[in-house]
Design a protein around this ligand. Structure first.
Ligand SMILES: [Zn+2]
Length: 438
C-alpha cells in the first residue's frame, strides 16, 4: 500500500468557516482525507510520509473560479507573434505549462469559462489521466456569441476565425448546434457572452433559454458573461447556472438572480488590475478605459456588499490569463483580498468563498474545498497566517507545501518562469520540514 501523508501540528483553517484550530494529525490516504484530529493509534509514523506544519497554517487548496489557460499568454520569447503563427499545438503545450504554474501557487482547482479550440479540454484530461500534474480543471470551450458580443472582434465578413475565443452563432439553431458540437468534444459547461461592457443587450432571453435547454438536456451547465442589467435579468430568467460580472445589474435584477439561487462571479480582480497597472503603465499599454473600469469596480464592490444581504452566493474568480498583465500563479487569491479590503468580508469568509464555496465552480460541491474526513485531499500549508493578512494567499510566496488529490507537489521541480522577466520570477520554495522522507 502507498504511504499515507500525515500533516502534524500547525493551525487548521478547514474551509467550513469553523474557527482556526490546533491540528494534531491530518491523515491523507490515497486521494482522500482519512481523518482530522488526534493521530489514529494504529498508525506507525516511521512507515508514513510525515510533514511537520508547526508554526504554519493548513488550508484547503485554493480554487480560482475564473481563469483562462489558452488565450495565448504569456508570450514566449522568440515565438512568432502574427496571427498566421497561431496554432493549437503550441498553444496547448503552453496552456499545460501555465496550469502547472497555477498549481505551484497553491491553486488546486480552476474553472475555465472559455478558451481557444478544445485546448482546455485537452489539458484537463492530461491532468485527470495522469500525463502531467496540474490543478483540477472544469472548463468550457469557445464562447457562444452573436454579432456585437464580446469576442466578436473582426468585421462581419471575417466572422470568428478558428483561433478565436468566441464562436459566432447567427441563429438560435446555430447556438443550439454549437452546444451539441462542444458537448461532443467534452466540455464541462457552456459559456455564453453578451456585450463587452454591458451597455446594450445582445442576447435575447429566448437565445439564452434555448442554449440552457439544450445544455441541460446534455448535463452541461451554462455560464454567461453579462455585465449589463437587461442581460443579467434575462440570464436569470432563462435559468443559467451562474453569471459572470453582473456589475450593471439593478437592485431588481439582483433580486431576480437571488430568487433563483444563481451564483455570481464578480471578478473584480481584473478591473482592480487594470486600474492599478493602468496607473503604472498608462492607458495606451492597457488599452482599456480606466475611468470606466473604476466605475465598474465600484459597482462590483457594491455587489459584494449587497450579495450577503440578498443571499446571493459569490464565486471568487480573477480572470487570470485573459491579458498579458494577468499572469498565471500570481493573482488567483486577489479576489479574496478585494472582498476583505473593499467588500467588508472577514478574512475567514473570503477564505471559505475561495475553497468550500468555489467547489461549485468545479462541480465538486461537498467533495473539495474543506479539510474534513472523506473529502478529496487538496490541501495547502502556508508559512504565514492568512487570517491576519489575506494577501499571503497570493503568488505562492508563503507556501510550505501543496497536496493535490493526495499527492505532494514538488514545488522545486522544473523551471516554470517562461514568459516572465527575471525580476518577476519567484524564488524557489524552501525545503519541506520532513520528519521522514517520502
Ligand atoms: Zn474571463
Amino acid at each position: 500500500m502507498a504511504k499515507r501523508v500525515i500533516l502534524r501540528n500547525g493551525t487548521l483553517i478547514d474551509g467550513s468557516g469553523a474557527p482556526a484550530a490546533r491540528n494534531d494529525a491530518l491523515v491523507i490516504e490515497g486521494n482522500r482525507i482519512k481523518s482530522v484530529g488526534p493521530l489514529p493509534p494504529d498508525i506507525r509514523l516511521e512507515e508514513e510520509t510525515v510533514i511537520d506544519a508547526s508554526g504554519q497554517w493548513i488550508l484547503p487548496g485554493l480554487i480560482d473560479a475564473h481563469v483562462h489557460l489558452s488565450y495565448g499568454y504569456p508570450a514566449v520569447r522568440g515565438e512568432g507573434r502574427g496571427r498566421g503563427n497561431t496554432r493549437p499545438e503550441f498553444n496547448t503545450l503552453r496552456a499545460a505549462r501555465s496550469a502547472q504554474r497555477v498549481l505551484h501557487s497553491g491553486v488546486t482547482g480552476i474553472c475555465v469559462p472559455g478558451g481557444t479550440w478544445f485546448t482546455d479540454v485537452a489539458v484537463r484530461d492530461a491532468v485527470r489521466l495522469g500525463l502531467m500534474e496540474g490543478p483540477r480543471i472544469h472548463c468550457a470551450g469557445r464562447m457562444l456569441i452573436t454579432y456585437g458580443c464580446i469576442e466578436d472582434d473582426e468585421p462581419s465578413w471575417v466572422g470568428t476565425p478558428d483561433h478565436s475565443v468566441g464562436v459566432l452563432c447567427d441563429s438560435r439553431d446555430a447556438l443550439v448546434n454549437e452546444v451539441r458540437r462542444q458537448s461532443k468534444h467534452g466540455v464541462n459547461f457552456i459559456k455564453m457572452a453578451d456585450s463587452r461592457s454591458g451597455e446594450s443587450q445582445m442576447l435575447a432571453q429566448e437565445d439564452i433559454a434555448a442554449v440552457v435547454a439544450e445544455a441541460h438536456r446534455r448535463n452541461l451547465r451554462v455560464a454567461i458573461h453579462s455585465r449589463g442589467a437587461g442581460s443579467t435579468r434575462a440570464a436569470a430568467e432563462a435559468g443559467v447556472d451562474w453569471i459572470i460580472h453582473a456589475d450593471l445589474a439593478t437592485e431588481a435584477d439582483l433580486e431576480a438572480v437571488a430568487k433563483r439561487g444563481i451564483p455570481i462571479a464578480p471578478t473584480a480582480t481584473f478591473l482592480a488590475t487594470v486600474i492599478e497597472e493602468g496607473d503604472r503603465l498608462g492607458p495606451d499599454q492597457v488599452q482599456l478605459d480606466i475611468n470606466r473600469m473604476k466605475r465598474h469596480f465600484d459597482n462590483l464592490v457594491t455587489l459584494m456588499q449587497r450579495a450577503k444581504e440578498l443571499g446571493i452566493k459569490l464565486l471568487c474568480g480573477t480572470d487570470s490569463g485573459n491579458n498579458p498583465f494577468m499572469p498565471f500563479g500570481e493573482k488567483h487569491a486577489k479576489e479574496a483580498e478585494i472582498l476583505v479590503r473593499y467588500g467588508g468580508w472577514s478574512p475567514m469568509e473570503a477564505i471559505c468563498a475561495m475553497t468550500k464555496g468555489n467547489a461549485f465552480a468545479l462541480a465538486l460541491e461537498g467533495e473539495v474545498g474543506e479539510v474534513k474526513a472523506g473529502k478529496l485531499a487538496d490541501v495547502i500549508v502556508l508559512k504565514r497566517d492568512p487570517l491576519a493578512d489575506i494577501t499571503v494567499l497570493q503568488g505562492g510566496r508563503h507556501l510550505a507545501c501543496v497536496i493535490k488529490d493526495g499527492k505532494l507537489v514538488d514545488l522545486g521541480e522544473g523551471d516554470l518562469s517562461f514568459g516572465r522577466a527575471a525580476s518577476e520570477r519567484p524564488r524557489s520554495a524552501a525545503p519541506l520540514n520532513m520528519i521522514s522522507s517520502p
